[in-house]
Ligand binder design. Sequence first.
Ligand code: C5P
Length: 416
Amino acid sequence: MRVLIGITGGVAAYKVCEVVSTLAKSGVAVRVLMTDQAQHFVSAVTFAALSRHPVYTDADFWSARSDHSDHSVYKPLHIALGEWADVFIIAPLTANTLGKLAHGLADNLLTNTVLASVCPVLLAPAMNTDMWQQATVQRNWQMLLQDARYHAVGPGAGRLACDRVGPGRLAEPVTVVAHITSLLHTSGRRDLAGKHILISAGSTREYLDPVRFIGNPATGRMGLALAAAAQHRGAQVTVVHGPLALELEATLPVGGRAIATTTAAEMEQAMLTCLAEADWVIMAAAVADVRPVDTAPHKLPKKDLPSQLPLDTVPDIVAQLTARRAPGQCIVGFAAQTGEIVAPALDKLKRKQLDAIVANPIDKPGSGFGSSNNEAVILSADGRQRQVVHGSKLALAHQLYDFLLEDFLLVSERQP
Ligand code: C5P
C-alpha cells in the first residue's frame, strides 16, 4: 500500500504530520512531496523523519533526479511518483493549488504529479473562511468534484488559526486516515453510489432511575466505521445511534443524517421511521435486551434500591424491521458472541429473517466492544460464509460491503 502525500502552503500542514506518522507506523509506504510555500510552515526534515524517506520538493523536480534505484530506467520524478502511488492525498489543499487543479495547470512538482498520474486523489482543503467561501474557490471546488478521480475530505468548521470561526478547517487526522484507508481498499470505486444505508450504532440504555441503567459496553465504533466506509463508497447514510463518547461524536458522518437515541424504544421508533427510505439496513447496535418494569423519576436513595429488579423484555428491533421490509430491501444483523460464534449466528439469521449476519467474538483480546479492531464470520441467508481476519473495524465494514455487493450481483444474475 503506497500513499503519496502532497503538502501545500497552509498552516494546517502541522496536522498532516500526524497523518504521515499514523500511516507509516501502520506499515503503509508513505512518500511526501511539498510545494515551496509548504516549507514555510513545516520543515521537510519533519516529514522525512515521520515518513522514513526523503521528502520531494521542487528542487528535485527541476534537477530531474529520478526516484528509481535502477538508474538504467530513468523516469522523470513526477511520472515515477505518479506511477508509484496507489492513492495521492493533498493536505492541506490551499485555494491556490485547488484553483490550479480545477483548471489543469501544472507549474510545480505537485501539480505535475497530479496530471501525470491516474490513481484516486483525496483532497483535504484548509483555508480561511472568506477564502473558502469566495465564489471563485467554490466554483473551482465544484468543478473538481465533478471528476470521479477526486475525493473530498472536509473542510470542517470551527475556530481557525486566523481566529475566524467557520468552515475552512482541515479535516481531523483520524478522519483523513480513515478516508485514505478506504481508498486503498476500494481504489476509489464508488460502488455504493445511489444506495441509502441505514445503520444503527452503539448501545441502548434502560434506566432504573435518572442515574442507573441497564446497558452494555458497545461504543458505536463498529456502526460509525460502517457509516464512514459506506460514505467513502458513495452511499447516502443515516445513523441511528445510542449515547456516544465525545470523541466518537466527532466521527459521525458529515453530510449524512444522525439521529441520537437513548433507549431501545427510541431506537426502534427512529429505525422504523427511517426504514422506508433505506436500500440496506445494518443493525450494528447492541440493544439492551431487557428494561426495568419501573423507572423512578428521581434518583433513588441507596437504601430504597430494590433487592430484586423486575424486568420486561424490549422489542426486537431488527425483527420488526424484517417484518416490515419492502421487496428488495436488504437487512443485516450483528451477533456479538462468546464461545462458539457461527451456530448461534445462523440461528439468529433464520429466526430474525435476515439477509446476512456478522458474527463477531467479544471474548477475544483486541476485538469486539470498544476496540478499534474486530474479527468476524459473515453469513448470508443463501448459505455463503466469509471469514474476516482480525483487522480494523473500517476494514471489516469494507469486507461486509464487498460481501453484500457480491450477493447483490448474484441475485441480479439469477433474475431474468
Ligand atoms: O438477539 P440478539 O441480541 O442476540 O441479536 C443481535 C442482533 O439483533 C443485532 O443485529 C442487534 O442489533 C439486533 N437486536 C435488535 N433488537 C433487540 C436485540 C437485538 O434489533 N432488542
